[in-house]
Design a protein around this ligand. Structure first.
Ligand SMILES: CC(=O)N[C@@H](CCC[C@H](N)C(=O)O)C(=O)O
Length: 371
């Protein structure tokens, strides 16, 4: 399975462009015993049903598939062969673990149906919600659904999760500012978007420090600001790109309202036009309380991993859309990387792969035997 992970690591692709990845998964499935398998594709995703022996329900396991626009700096022999793209959020690990679970149940089916879901576009624009609503998914909709995310901060041999909210609400944020460009020596005839965008970037942070209850976590991060072409041209265009994270929807609405007000102020103050686009919005990952508590207790009894009760994280995950409709949970799988998620040197430890596969095949089999 480690070789499989390395092969997947080499071919990271953007959301809804995971064509090589999809083909890799389909080729892998074609090599397995087909007796109990049914396979469907949905856009660049794949759904695999392993028919149960005496099924009374379907238990789902979900992995994401896409990579990130990051130039890899790991120095691995098996580094990405797609320039400017990297599996920097562990989706190569997630897919490998899903394939490992699939191999296990293809040879030895569970009592219930097991559905393995390969979902595209988690990093954006979001594959979970349209997949959930698709005919293909609805026809095989699982009764329970589980998933994991690699946890760089956790040691290997550890899992971490919590009942209730695990991951935040997210909204992307795109702001276009349009002023008037001009000669560097004639600022009074221009409307300089360097100054407007800089002011706005600073003002946005005051929303967090002055409009959000300090006990209610929220984040505004600008990950990309694009302005200008040359050092002696006043630029008339700027684009700010970022993300908003909150633990409550009320905070998200409040922050968006404050962003609208501040952007309107920038328009007046700097005599420019502004357009806001909220991009993709993900709902929080809300773990089912009973199932999560039961799983944590089961894993403690299983005794093969350390089980940590963790805090909420301000990461986003469109898995949250599935959990709005289907009871289940997500957990962190410790991979002990010195570099975090979305870092060009992310280096998860591969011994976490068999840990994840073995733990979850045992759990899914146990769960399928419960009334
Ligand atoms: C686990 C993880 O890193 N997820 C991403 C999800 C992206 C959400 C969306 N595209 C946004 O940026 O708001 C994350 O950045 O947390």
């Amino acid at each position: 399975m480690i070789q499989i992970r390395r092969q997947l690591h080499q071919i990271p692709e953007a959301g809804f462009a995971e064509r090589k990845t999809q083909q890799f998964i389909l080729d892998f499935i074609a090599e397995l015993p087909q007796e109990h398998l049914e396979v469907k594709t949905w856009r660049t995703g794949v759904l695999v049903k392993i028919r149960g022996l005496q099924p009374s329900r379907t238990i789902g396991w979900r992995t994401d598939m896409d990579g990130l626009p990051i130039e890899e700096e790991t120095g691995y022999e098996f580094r990405s062969i797609h320039p400017g793209y990297m599996h920097a959020c562990g989706h190569d690990f997630h897919m490998t673990i899903a394939l490992g679970i699939l191999v296990h149940f293809a040879y030895r089916p569970a009592k219930d149906h097991i559905l393995i879901i390969f979902q595209p576009a988690e990093e954006g624009p979001g594959g979970a919600l349209p997949m959930l609503h698709s005919e293909e998914f609805q026809a095989w909709k699982p009764d329970l659904l589980f998933g994991l995310h690699i946890g760089p901060d956790e040691p290997t041999g550890t899992i971490a999760t919590r009942p209730g909210i695990l991951f935040a609400n997210t909204s992307e944020l795109f702001i276009n500012l349009t002023g008037v460009s001009g000669h560097a020596s004639l600022p009074h005839r221009s409307r300089d978007m360097v100054i407007a965008a800089s002011q706005l970037a600073m003002q946005l942070q005051t929303i967090i420090s002055r409009n959000v209850d300090p006990l209610d976590s929220a984040i505004i991060t600008l990950g990309k600001v694009t302005i200008g072409t040359k050092q002696n041209i006043i630029p008339g265009q700027a684009r700010l790109e970022g993300t908003i994270r909150t633990l409550s929807m009320e905070s998200m609405d409040n922050i968006k309202s404050r962003i609208r007000s501040l952007v309107a102020g920038i328009e007046t103050g700097f005599e420019c036009n502004a357009q806001i686009d909220w991009g993709a919005n993900y709902c929080q990952v809300n773990n089912d309380t009973d199932l999560t508590e039961e799983f944590m207790e089961w894993a403690r009894q299983d005794g093969t991993v350390d089980v940590v009760s963790c805090q909420e994280a301000m990461a986003g995950e469109d898995f949250g859309f599935f959990l709005q409709d289907i009871p289940g949970f997500m957990f962190w799988l410790g991979v002990d990387s010195p570099y975090g998620l979305h870092h060009p040197k992310l280096a998860p430890r591969e011994e976490a792969i068999p840990t994840g596969i073995e733990l979850m095949t045992r759990y899914l089999r146990w769960k399928s035997e419960q009334p």
